[in-house]
Design a protein around this ligand. Structure first.
Ligand SMILES: [Zn+2]
Length: 217
């Protein structure tokens, strides 16, 4: 049975199994020793989503418009680790996923399988706000160390959530500014051009994508 505090499932989620708590289990979730582990991506799922244009969460085919669920820093550097979803599926996740609903909840890193791909975690912090990056542009994979990341195309619009409700401009700005030193440290290793580019991208994000910006909804 669906956990009583969860919002009603969108249609495409009704085909998903429920875990013992009554949470729907998105398709990306790996099963380890017979138990779902929401922190670990099922082997092969990322490639299948990319090649077959499947929704990361429900597994159904995607249309032309796709929604990426990203953290605030990804709206600056336009890099993400997860393929896109249907808007309805992504939006539901922002209201049902405990990690997105409770920003102070730390990601539980205990007993992680050594070779598991960690779900949506290339910056190890909980950003507090989540961006729905809605786009028709293609996204391009590239190799980063021993993982594959994706470069995002321009969005048609962005929506922001915090604790399951729309996030304010202030909340988004604060999260971007507090995460910026992480990206700055990476750019510093790459040299002055990378720092300049990071500052340019930050300017674009603040003008265009955050609440109150040109493409924010
Ligand atoms: Zn879906």
């Amino acid at each position: 049975m669906l956990a009583p505090h969860l919002p009603p499932l969108p249609d495409r989620f009704k085909q998903l199994p429920l875990d013992p708590r009554g949470y729907p289990v998105p398709k990306f979730v790996a099963q380890i020793d017979g138990r779902w582990d929401f922190r670990v991506v099922r082997p092969g799922w990322l490639v299948e989503c990319f090649k077959m244009h499947r929704c990361w969460l429900c597994g159904d085919p995607l249309g032309r418009t796709r929604t990426f669920v990203i953290g605030p820093m990804c709206s600056v550097n336009r890099v993400t680790s997860e393929p896109p979803s249907h808007y309805e599926c992504a939006e539901y996740a922002t209201r049902a996923c405990p990690f997105m609903l409770f920003p102070n909840r730390k990601r539980d890193e205990t007993n992680m399988p050594a070779d598991g791909v960690i779900a949506d975690g290339h910056i190890p912090r909980n950003p507090g706000v989540i961006c729905l990056w809605i786009t028709r542009e293609p996204y391009k994979p590239f190799q980063a160390g021993n993982t594959v990341l994706f470069r995002l195309g321009d969005p048609e619009r962005c929506q922001w959530r915090r604790e399951g409700r729309p996030a304010t401009r202030e909340e988004v700005l604060q999260s971007i500014e507090s995460g910026l030193p992480l990206l700055h440290a990476i750019a510093e290793k790459e040299g002055p051009r990378a720092i300049e580019e990071l500052m340019r991208l930050r300017g674009v994000a603040l003008q265009t994508y955050v609440p109150g910006g040109l493409l924010a909804a």
